[in-house]
Design a protein around this ligand. Structure first.
Ligand SMILES: NC(=O)C1=CN([C@@H]2O[C@H](COP(=O)(O)OP(=O)(O)OC[C@H]3O[C@@H](n4cnc5c(N)ncnc54)[C@H](O)[C@@H]3O)[C@@H](O)[C@H]2O)C=CC1
Ligand SMILES: O=C(O)C(=O)CO
Length: 319
């Protein structure tokens, strides 16, 4: 059977696959497989190892006449046309859980960096703009004891809430349903979205990208936030109306934003949000800790092999 891997993976990860299958792997580090090549390779493939950088859409699936399994090295699967794949009898695997703590770490790091203007501080040094200690030089927002509002209290949301508890933060959350663990072990309070937006000092978005969450943070929602509040997005760029966010930040309707994700990705240095002093931006590195990425790759391989051998996947996308 033939496997297509759309990104360069370490030798130790692909070796077991090469021993059993005919493996085609994209060799360019840090770049996704060219679309034309993927469209060509998929025609013969039985298994596809993918990630968030590929569009696994109807055009591609139409050509995938032998495909049994799609395995994505990610928890989010919004880049995959799940409905079309299911209609064609293709199973889909993803990697929830193994990236929870690393992504929660990065989310909290981004929250702290944005609140305390860490990147601006580094820029000041690099540009020789440090004149003296001054009373209000590079003052930001406090974190300890403030109110955090988490939209999407799932695995990663809960991880962020645990970190917030360590900073004695008052934890509000909005979710599709009540999260007992968050309420009972962390004292988190369930809120309607509007109440969370008006009360939180830090609004952290961690809901998946779905039809319901498309641009769920827009002009109306940013207007409800405090002028001193900070918006953090480590979910998906599609969950935010980026133009509305730009205007809210420029007008001072909100204090600052920390963003790990954009729509579309990658963005270029000319992206309007990067022109704003009060934006801290990262290139979608939420889960990018070495141990985590190796675990994600191993789990994605296990899903792939199970799918090829008609065994239940470790984590199958059921949606
Ligand atoms: N920046 C990065 O590198 C990474 C980003 N992610 C993103 O984080 C998302 C969350 O991952 P997990 O916590 O593992 O998923 P999860 O499924 O455990 O949690 C998602 C939560 O969002 C809630 N939710 C769904 N629709 C909602 C809505 N309309 N309003 C409020 N809450 C809603 C769900 O009820 C669930 O509790 C992923 O789908 C992915 O998009 C995940 C990993 C890394
Ligand atoms: O897992 C995901 O959904 C990501 O965005 C990358 O880790």
């Amino acid at each position: 059977m033939k496997i297509v891997i759309t990104c360069k993976l370490p030798h130790e990860v692909i070796e077991p696959l090469q021993a059993k299958y005919d493996v085609v792997m994209w060799e360019k580090e840090g770049e996704p497989m060219e679309r034309a090549r993927l469209l060509h390779e998929i025609e013969e493939a039985h298994g596809l190892f993918t990630n968030v950088a590929d569009q696994i859409d109807a055009e591609l699936l139409e050509k995938a006449t032998n495909l049994k399994v799609i395995s994505t090295m990610a928890v989010g699967f919004d880049n995959i046309d799940v409905e079309t794949a299911k209609q064609k009898g293709i199973v889909i695997g993803h990697t929830p859980g193994v990236l929870t703590e690393a992504t929660a770490d990065l989310t909290f790091a981004l929250l702290m960096a944005t609140g305390r203007r860490i990147v601006e501080g580094m820029d000041v040094l690099r540009q020789d703009e440090w004149k003296s200690w001054a009373p209000f030089f590079l003052t930001g927002q406090e974190i300890y004891g403030k109110t955090i509002g988490i939209i999407g209290m799932g695995r990663i949301g809960l991880g962020v809430a645990r970190r917030a508890k360590g900073f004695s933060m008052n934890i509000l959350y909005h979710n599709r349903s009540h999260n007992k663990e968050a309420e009972e072990t962390l004292g988190a309070t369930y809120c309607k979205l509007d109440d969370l937006l008006t009360q939180a000092d830090y609004v952290v978005l961690l809901a998946p990208s779905t039809k319901d969450t498309y641009k769920m943070m827009g002009k109306e929602q940013f207007a409800k936030m405090k002028n001193s509040a900070i918006f953090i997005n480590t979910s998906r760029g599609t969950n935010v109306d980026e133009e509305a966010l730009y205007h809210a930040l420029e007008a001072g309707d909100i204090y600052a934003a920390g963003l790990d994700v954009f729509d579309p990705e990658p963005i270029s240095s000319s992206h309007p949000l990067l022109r704003l002093r009060n934006v801290t931006a990262l290139p979608h590195i939420g889960s990018a800790a070495i141990e985590t990425r190796l675990e994600m790759a191993r789990l994605a391989c296990e899903n792939l092999v199970n799918g090829l051998e008609d065994k239940p996947l470790v984590h199958e996308v059921k949606a």
